[in-house]
Design a protein around this ligand. Structure first.
Ligand code: ACM
Length: 491
């Protein structure tokens, strides 16, 4: 059997095989548009690989020779994202309680099929040898350990060279590994990357440049809404971050009135941190925050708005607490829950607010207040750290993060005071100070992101680098077929 990442909860091979033929069909439950979309996604993938069109039809029960996607018959204990995948010589049945589970079962099926089928769009049926399209018979039961399995992309330090298309490619690659949150770091000192209609200069001026004076860019609201919808079709929630009150030079440069002295600073293209702050005593600051959060909330189907709160080194402590407390109220007034980096645990967190651990011990203080925590320890999960001393890209302030180090940690053991019950899940951030192109992005993300995906999904018991590294090596051909520019999988 092909190696599966993330490792399923259980997989029992039963000693025979199922072979796809050009008569294979996909069946779904009747009257369910979401299943029709997942069936269409699978048909599109198999169809591109085989150069043919697979019919997606409704059926009340699994049929011989078919791949059935059904919301009947799954165990309730599999929850909203789990699935059962049963391959017999007669066919394939994926059963789940919710459509998300079927989508993840489809990703597992995809990984069971030959890696060479990836990235085959455009080939014709004559090129296909169906004897190769064989899957060992197996019974898989699977469900995630954590509900939050994320990646963060900093589009502020550098805006993706290919714009929306680069982000969609990343979304597609995330989906293959069952990740379900894409946190977009939309604003920072070097760039503001989302059009805010009530404050248009944020994007027009604040988005006009990037680190080193590289080309800027921003998402229009229509482009951003398109990304949110595309991600949703892959069962990924986009989590927007507006970083406040520090990391705000791009905003301060766009509107002089946001500055305490009424003077706009120059745009900033270096990579220092901690020098900028909104003006905490000016009422217009809160009008600005309210307008931005209102527009961002309207673009966000998910529950959380991330408001940064990290490294506000130019904001006095008392001001920080006063400001972030008000920001939390603003987020709630727009019907959302506040998410922030762990420094925000210095305020009294409201029920439903959550923090993201990255580099200090404040997240434990958030957990002691009853808040949920997302685990992104820099020394293990920061995708912008160099792999080793020879890596040309990336930074190393949290040390090098080898492929092994990115895999070898447990969210419930990495920080004292944060128990498993307080943990929403894991997230791997890619900060882009040194990242200019999609190729560079992929080099830092892959393969470390696969390890983070497994930490978020698979049971802790029995996970080992020794075993994982073999499975990971087995994904090289798949990533190659997908054209991913990955760092060597195993050092
Ligand atoms: C961070 O890396 N400043 C959250």
């Amino acid at each position: 059997m092909n190696p599966i990442i993330p490792l399923p909860v259980s997989a029992v091979e039963t000693g025979a095989a199922f072979t796809l033929t050009d008569n294979t069909t996909i069946t779904i439950d009747a009257n369910n548009d979401e299943l029709a979309a997942i069936g269409g996604y699978l048909a599109g993938w198999l169809g591109a690989a085989g150069g043919w069109e697979l019919p997606v039809t409704t059926a009340a029960a699994p049929r011989a020779g078919a791949i059935a996607l059904t919301l009947s018959g799954a165990d309730a204990s599999l929850g909203a994202e789990g699935y059962q995948l049963t391959v017999t010589p007669e066919g394939v049945v994926i059963a789940a309680n919710r459509p998300a589970g079927l989508f993840y079962g489809v990703q597992t099926l995809r990984q069971l099929l030959p890696a060479e089928l990836e990235g085959q769009a455009g080939r014709s049926a004559q090129d296909v040898n169906l004897a190769d399209w064989t899957i060992p018979t197996v019974v898989i039961r699977d469900a995630p350990r954590f509900g939050w399995r994320g990646m963060m992309l900093d589009v502020a330090r550098h805006f993706p060279a290919g714009g929306v298309e680069d982000v969609k490619r990343l979304i597609d690659l995330m989906a293959l590994y069952k990740l379900n949150r894409l946190h977009l770091h939309l604003t920072d000192d070097q760039g503001w990357r989302l059009m805010i209609e009530s404050w248009p200069r944020l994007a027009e001026v604040g988005g006009s440049m990037a680190v080193d004076g590289d080309p800027g860019g921003y998402f229009t609201q229509a482009e951003y809404a398109g990304l949110v919808a595309y991600a949703a079709s892959r069962y990924i929630d986009v989590v927007p971050e507006i970083d406040l009150p520090g990391h705000t030079n791009a905003a301060l440069a766009s509107y002089p009135e946001l500055n305490c002295d009424g003077t706009a600073p120059d745009l900033y293209t270096d990579i220092g941190v901690g020098f900028s702050s909104l003006c905490i005593d000016k009422e217009i600051t809160y009008q600005f925050v309210d307008d931005v959060i209102r527009e961002v909330a309207a673009l966000t189907p998910g529950p959380f708005i991330h408001v940064g709160g990290d490294e506000a080194l130019s904001t006095p402590e008392a001001d920080y607490v006063r400001f972030m407390t008000r920001v939390q109220q603003i987020v709630q007034a727009h019907g959302k829950q506040m998410l922030a980096w762990e420094e925000a645990a210095r305020i009294e967190l409201a029920p439903g607010s959550a923090v993201q651990h990255w580099h200090d011990e404040m997240a434990a203080h958030a957990a002691s207040q009853g808040a949920q925590v997302i685990m992104s320890p820099a020394a293990h999960s920061y995708l912008d750290m160099k792999y080793d001393d020879t890596t040309a890209l990336g930074l190393n302030w949290a040390g090098n993060v080898s492929v092994e180090k990115a895999y070898s940690w447990d969210p419930a053991a990495v920080q004292p005071g944060i128990a498993e019950s307080a943990i929403l899940g894991v997230e791997a951030p890619l900060w882009t100070e040194t990242v200019r192109t999609l190729e560079e992005l992929e080099y830092l993300v892959f393969p470390r992101l696969l390890g983070i995906a497994e930490i978020g999904w698979s049971p802790a018991a029995g996970r080992s680098w020794k075993e994982y590294r073999v499975r990971l090596a087995g994904h090289a051909a798949r990533l190659e077929a997908l054209g991913v520019n990955f760092h060597p999988l195993v050092e």
